[in-house]
Design a binder for this molecule. Structure first.
Ligand code: NAP
Length: 242
């Protein structure tokens, strides 16, 4: 079902996005990854997809918060790959702080990348899906968007917003054969959570440990192939948000 198709993964140079790129490449998908500035890491992901799995993989430097840059990048991907079948909106950042002291620019930047970035991608990829009469979108939200999290009002708002975006897009395009779902990871071992080793919330994970990026990649494969599932939010969180 995925073999020979093309996936676009934002934030594919590191962490969860890199694991998703590798997993989809291992299943025979062509892979286009977008990244912010980490050129070497992005090239390494593509080289591994190519060497280990023999798939075409290309990296595009593109700030997903920039509407025009996303438009150009999607056009380049269409030119390079011929089409897109799966979009994974994974790029995300944190700029934590208490609401009473948060800088306006920190609130705006997190919303611009995490939420508007996903909109920008959907806005420019969906026309390709509509023409093909099929397509699948997976937005990487967070348990912070489900539960809220002290010190993360900007991040939690962006991730809750992604859930509203997911369900709206799912309703708009279901009749056109396009599905849209979200994944809400809990604590996953990546650069983003490097400084969370002593976070008291870790002791509240029912399964007792942090997840791996591969656990999220498993969920991406499920949603990419679950042809009767749309508008869903799948937690991959060791049970912390139940
Ligand atoms: P990460 O290791 O910090 O990687 C972030 C990725 O996003 C990198 O590839 C980075 O590119 C890219 N990126 C950042 N800003 C961008 C921009 N403006 N335009 C394009 N790409 C951009 O993060 P992660 O832990 O893998 O998280 C991936 C996603 O999962 C995020 O949306 C995050 O919110 C979500 N999530 C993570 C956890 C967790 O515990 N790790 C939990 C819940 C949800 P460069 O390499 O070029 O900087």
């Amino acid at each position: 079902m995925l073999n020979g198709r093309v996936a676009v993964i934002t934030g594919g140079s590191r962490g969860i996005g890199a694991a998703i790129a590798h997993r989809l490449a291992s299943l025979g998908m062509g892979v286009a990854i977008l990244y912010a500035g980490n050129h070497d890491a992005a090239q390494d992901v593509c080289a591994r997809c190519n060497a280990e799995f023999g798939t075409v993989a290309r990296a595009y430097a593109c700030d997903v918060s920039d509407f025009s840059a996303v438009k150009c990048t999607v056009a380049a991907i269409k030119q390079d790959f011929g089409g897109v079948h799966l979009l994974v909106n994974n790029a995300g950042v944190t700029r934590d702080g208490l609401a009473a002291m948060m800088k306006e620019e920190d609130f705006d930047r997190v919303l611009d990348i995490n939420l508007k970035g996903a909109f920008n991608m959907i806005r420019h990829v969906t026309p390709l899906f509509l023409r093909a009469k099929e397509g699948c979108i997976i937005n990487i939200s967070s348990v912070s968007g489900l539960m809220g999290n002290a010190g993360q009002c900007n991040y939690a708002a962006s991730k809750a917003g992604l859930i509203g975006l997911t369900k709206s897009v799912a309703k708009e395009y279901a009749a056109k054969g396009i599905r849209c779902n979200a994944i809400a990871p809990g604590f996953i071992k990546t650069d983003m959570t490097e400084s969370h080793a002593d976070n008291p919330l870790l002791s509240m994970i029912p399964l007792g440990h942090m997840g791996d990026a591969e656990d999220v990649a498993d969920a991406v494969v499920y949603l990419a192939t679950a042809k009767y599932v749309t508008g869903e939010v799948l937690r991959v969180d060791g049970g912390i948000a139940m």
